[in-house]
Design a protein around this ligand. Structure first.
Ligand SMILES: NC(=O)C1=CN([C@@H]2O[C@H](COP(=O)(O)OP(=O)(O)OC[C@H]3O[C@@H](n4cnc5c(N)ncnc54)[C@H](O)[C@@H]3O)[C@@H](O)[C@H]2O)C=CC1
Ligand SMILES: O=C(O)C(=O)Cc1ccc(O)cc1
Length: 291
């Protein structure tokens, strides 16, 4: 599978050849670090497109058959589908192979997969912190993971050698790997990724449903509205799964957000210019520092 100095995966299977799975395949191919890539999915049009675009070398809709020869199997389907797919894939994989995933929420995935681990196949939970609002094989591109982070959340059931190999896989495609526990991952992502998506979806719905005027007011949107709401074009099924799978941490962040919004409303109602200025300045300082 790999030598001491050169990282190489002989056979990789990608379940769900979309933005995340497809981009990993393309990046490993570009780096010359993968032999054969099998794309596994449900819909033939997307699989055929993946084949045509050179994202994968072989396609199949037969899950168990598709993973049999793989050294590494990457699950890159919506979060709620990952545990059931893992349960079917694990007994079909060869001993010594590694199962990993790219799901945006880790707690439920780890909890629902670990009881099915037999010890013959290692499971390394992962989450590349890179993406766009686009989906499907056509959206995949080889540089998606360059200069990004990838979080791995191994548990005491995860062999260190398997974590080390998946770490190398992500480093090979240009990501900095960070290891943390599952709960910390889900709380951080609830704050920095899941909450912003909920706010973007809410904003578009709130403004888009405002029908006081005859015209569609979204047509007046300037750069600010467009920048802020790009992520509201993300796949609805993917985000339904994320919201349900990370419910507790997300609800806590939504409540925190409601409190801040309440404070803003009170300051506007009270015409408290000083408080508003401080609120905006504090936000600007925090945001400018991340750029
Ligand atoms: N889109 C993003 O920016 C990011 C997404 N993720 C996570 O990566 C995973 C994949 O997301 P994307 O690649 O964006 O989605 P995508 O929609 O581009 O690709 C997912 C693929 O999985 C297929 N699929 C769905 N259910 C399936 C099933 N039961 N069996 C086989 N194939 C199935 C779909 O047909 C599609 O081709 C999700 O868990 C998501 O939360 C992680 C980081 C970033
Ligand atoms: O499009 C964007 O800017 C994103 O935020 C992409 C994204 C979506 C889901 C993730 O779990 C990680 C990254």
């Amino acid at each position: 599978m790999s030598t001491q100095d050169r990282f190489f995966i002989d056979r990789l299977a990608i379940v769900g050849v979309g933005l995340i799975g497809g981009s990993l395949a393309l990046a490993l191919k570009e780096a010359g670090c993968v032999g054969e890539v099998t794309g596994i999915g449900r819909g033939l049009p997307n699989l055929n497109l993946a084949l045509e675009l050179g994202v994968v070398d072989k396609i199949t809709r037969e899950l168990e058959e598709g993973v049999q020869q793989a050294d590494v199997v990457f699950l890159a389907t919506p979060v709620m589908t990952i545990p059931d797919l893992a349960r079917r894939v694990l007994p079909a994989m060869k001993p010594g192979a590694i199962l990993t995933d790219g799901g945006s929420v880790k707690g439920e995935i780890v909890e629902r997969i670990e009881p099915y681990l037999s010890g013959e196949v290692a499971f390394v939970p992962g989450h590349p912190i890179a993406g766009t609002e686009k989906s499907g094989a056509a959206a995949a591109f080889p540089t998606l993971y360059r200069d990004r982070r990838c979080i791995l959340t191994p548990t005491e059931r995860t062999p260190a050698a398997a974590t080390a190999l998946i770490r190398r896989m992500w480093e090979t495609v240009g990501s900095e790997v960070v290891v943390m526990d599952v709960d910390k991952h889900d709380r951080i992502l609830a704050a920095i990724s899941h909450l912003p998506h909920m706010i973007a979806y809410t904003l578009v719905n709130a403004v888009g449903s405002y029908d006081h005027f005859e015209e569609n007011i979204l047509e007046y949107s300037a750069g600010g509205f467009r920048d802020f709401t790009r992520i509201a074009s993300s796949d609805p099924a993917m985000w339904r799964d994320i919201a349900l799978s990370n419910r507790q941490a997300l609800l806590e962040m939504l409540e925190r957000y409601e409190n801040f919004l309440g404070e803003l409303k009170r300051d506007i109602a009270a015409a408290d210019g000083q408080k508003l200025f401080e609120f905006f300045l504090n936000s600007k300082t925090l945001r400018d520092a991340i750029l």
